[in-house]
Design a protein around this ligand. Sequence first.
Ligand code: DQA
Length: 154
Amino acid sequence: MKTVVILNGPNLNLLGQREPATYGVQTLEDVRQLCTSACELHQLRADFRQSNHEGILIDWIHEAGAAQAAGQVAGVILNAGAYTHTSIALADAIKGAQVRVIELHISNVHAREPFRHQSYISAVAAGVMFGFGTNGYSLAISAMAQLIQGEQRV
Ligand code: DQA
């Protein structure tokens, strides 16, 4: 059974209390449970993490790349929060680690401030999911399952 690494960046620990009109009322723990169930549906395992620190997210991406190369990890679902719009280092990490990434945002970033329209992650991502609320996590897990389908048959 392969693992989907679900990485959440800065301020996502505040889900549920943070701008509920934009991010909804579900807590990060609710999202963790949603991800665990969505992964089970696809015979995948969820490894769900959150950090407010860019370097820690980079270390986790390197770790996931090595585990993907070893056949243990399907890929990463990455909600990098505001680092999406600023972090060349995160984009370089994804490229360097050769890890499969689905970029995710709870909100529709393109319907928000212009600075949220720019993403350093999109260019190195297999795909992007945004604007579906926290349900986007389960949609992204389905997308990840489809992406690796060919691989798993081999
Ligand atoms: C976010 C969108 C980002 O612009 C913002 O900085 C976040 C959350 C989202 O999930 O919608 O922290 O990634």
